[in-house]
Ligand binder design. Structure first.
Ligand SMILES: [Zn+2]
Length: 284
């Protein structure tokens, strides 16, 4: 794994900069001058955010979960302003993160192979029209590929959702599409026939027929899952399913049917912290 770090590397960095800071303190006291100024500049650059270190069986690959990219709805963890979303994408580029398709993450997870350094995955749930209007132009600008999880009963059916033509355009732009069920119910409480036939098999068949692509991935509506729901997702042919389990760390032992994600709000400070694995459980 290129993105693996020795478990003690983070500690080593902290100790290293503590020593440098101590030396600098001495220098400041003894001989303030141009050398000190240069040292301060150097330190401020080198203490820029770093990804948290991975251990032997853990690696860091935040899978970001977006719902609305909107300038009209009340902002919150599920509604990100367009300008904030653009800043987030620009920050990833400026800080050398590699936005990879979910399929690449899945391949690495299941074949135990490497990912590019500093990987980030972008996911969009619920087939909202603002994905097409506000997110797609920014994704195209940065050449980022995301996956869109679509509840098929929503397509063309109510205000504020994407049409099949919009979804085809996403596919043409290299975006990935996954199923988010048909009617977005709580899968743990619906009848078995509805679960298997309508929500799992039916949604996949509709997406495949309408878009002419193979659908391999699923996202649990509302994150609701149970042992029998996971079993149903497996039996109906999906290769992997994403949850709302909140963890940016992944493991080669991770169940591909319980893949964790994180969601981000409108605070750039929080975004940078979350991407770098800091203060992961602070509120929005
Ligand atoms: Zn949803």
């Amino acid at each position: 794994m290129q993105n693996k770090f020795h478990p003690t590397s983070h500690l080593t960095v902290i100790i290293f900069f503590t020593i440098i800071a101590t030396l600098l303190g001495t220098t400041l006291y003894v001989a303030p001058g141009s050398f000190t100024k240069a040292a301060i500049t150097q330190i401020s650059i080198q203490t820029a955010p770093e990804p948290i270190p991975a251990t032997a069986d853990r690696f860091y690959a935040p899978i970001l979960m977006y719902h609305h990219i909107s300038d009209t709805m009340p902002a919150g963890p599920y509604v990100i302003r367009t300008a904030v979303f653009e800043n987030q994408m620009a920050w990833l580029k400026d800080n050398n993160y590699h936005v990879i398709p979910y399929s690449q993450f899945y391949e690495a997870l299941t074949t135990k192979t490497t990912l590019p350094e500093k990987p980030v995955i972008l996911t969009f749930d619920d087939n909202n029209k603002d994905h097409y209007e506000n997110a797609l132009p920014i994704l195209k600008k940065y050449n980022y590929k995301a996956i869109f999880f679509v509840p098929t009963a929503y397509v063309n059916k109510r205000g504020g959702v994407m049409t099949w033509d919009m979804l085809k355009e996403l596919v043409d732009e290299g975006m990935e599409i996954g199923s988010h069920s048909s009617t977005h119910p709580n899968l743990t409480i619906i009848p078995k026939t509805q679960l298997y036939e309508e929500e799992l098999r039916g949604s996949r068949k509709t997406l495949e027929e309408k878009l002419g692509i193979s659908i391999k991935f699923f996202a649990y509506p509302g994150g609701a899952k149970s042992k029998s729901v996971i079993q149903a997702v497996k039996e109906t042919g999906y290769l992997s399913a994403l949850s709302t389990i909140y963890d940016p760390n992944h493991s080669y032992e991770e169940d591909p049917y319980k893949v964790s994600r994180i969601y981000v709000g409108n605070s750039m400070e929080n975004f940078v912290d979350f991407i770098n694995g800091r203060n992961l459980h602070k509120s929005y």
